[in-house]
Design a protein around this ligand. Structure first.
Ligand code: UDP
Ligand code: MG
Length: 331
């Protein structure tokens, strides 16, 4: 690995006019120091992705670019496409011109000082470095509760994500090229990146308060995000239907026994026993059948996404070296 390598930052921005200049200023300082210490190449840049902002965000990005074109660049999306799509748009734009890319929110909640350690970890051979929040002192109780509940719920539902890691992460060019092969439309990058594999590690940082402006992730959006994450990553909810069907069918045996006891003990109304037995049995059977259909739907879903079935990290000698996907020509 030839040091220093090219680092691109990808910063999604949606109505961030209040913070953008400050973010740019701090990033500029950080880049200066990293370049001076020969940790990153002077060709490194920051790319702001304007995600259809309604305020002057894009104008500010243009100004920043005009002031220091060698450092700041920008991408303007045609409309608001959502945080995940904005991040991917940036990453796919820079993947051919960078050696590594870091995604970071525009609101300065992610600690810029963690970048040093991330880059260091990259040079130590990690292809992915996850920024993980060590604490949430500054979040309100509600935000902390809902956000931590989010990670726990995701795990229970079968979508494995790195606990307390949002989208502050470093990825190598190699990983970005593999990410390009995940063609799914319902993006959930925190779930997708661990699927790619390769050597990875965590860097811990304290999450700060939003520098200015308001969160673009109110509870409603966060719930939608969690549901998207679960349904994009796991067929566990479908499997739960099967389990529920089996449990209900078993309970129907108890209902049968209870109905017989009630009938022969003489405290059942006329017709009650047969009604209660059919309700439990039919209910259980229906759930069970839905579960079977669900299993197939889950399989279809997995097929439709056409995710790569495997990614080879290394070949010895020149065995199959052409399969290592580091540029566009193989796609
Ligand atoms: N963002 C975006 N498009 C959206 C919503 C948010 O690009 O539709 C950006 C936003 O500008 C910020 C990042 O995504 O840089 C995270 O958003 P926010 O800080 O509002 O989320 P929170 O930190 O409150 O979860
Ligand atoms: Mg934020």
């Amino acid at each position: 690995m030839e040091k220093p390598e090219i680092l691109y930052m990808v910063v999604p921005c949606y109505n961030e006019e209040e913070v953008l200049r400050e973010t740019a200023k701090r990033l500029e300082e950080k880049y200066r120091s990293l370049i001076d210490r020969m940790l990153i190449s002077p060709k490194s840049r920051v790319v702001f992705v304007n995600d259809g902002s309604k305020d002057s965000t894009w104008e500010i990005i243009q100004e920043l670019h005009n002031e220091s074109p060698q450092l700041f660049s920008g991408i303007n999306l045609s409309r608001n496409s959502g945080h995940q799509n904005a991040v991917l748009a940036g990453l796919m734009t820079v993947r051919d011109i960078c050696d590594m890319a870091i995604t970071m929110d525009a609101d300065l909640q992610d600690d810029i000082n963690a970048i040093d350690e991330m880059v260091q970890k990259y040079y130590e051979g990690n292809q992915v470095v996850y920024g993980v929040r060590s604490e949430r002192k500054t979040d309100t109780f509600f935000k902390k509760f809902t956000a931590e509940g989010f990670y726990k719920f995701m795990k229970v539902m079968g979508a494995d994500v790195v606990y307390n890691h949002a989208d502050f992460r470093l990825m190598s060019k190699r990983v970005l090229c593999e990410l390009a092969n995940y063609k799914e439309v319902n993006l959930f990058l925190r779930g997708m990146v661990p699927l790619i594999g390769f050597k990875s590690c965590n860097v811990y940082y304290e999450r700060a308060e939003r520098f200015a402006g308001e969160s673009k992730y109110p509870l409603k959006k966060m719930l939608a995000f969690a549901i998207n994450g679960i349904t994009s990553f796991s067929t566990k909810p479908l499997k739960m239907i099967t389990t529920l069907g089996i449990v209900t069918s078993m309970l129907s045996i108890l209902a049968f026994i209870w109905a017989f006891i009630a009938k022969f003990a003489g405290f059942a109304e006329l017709g009650w026993s047969s009604t209660i037995c059919s309700i439990w049995l039919i209910g259980g059977l229906q759930l069970f059948c839905l579960g079977i259909i669900g299993e197939y739907v889950g399989k279809i879903y997995a097929e439709v996404k056409q995710r790569p079935r495997f990614i080879v990290a290394d070949f010895l000698n020149d065995l199959g070296a052409e399969f290592i996907n580091t540029d566009d020509s193989q796609q």
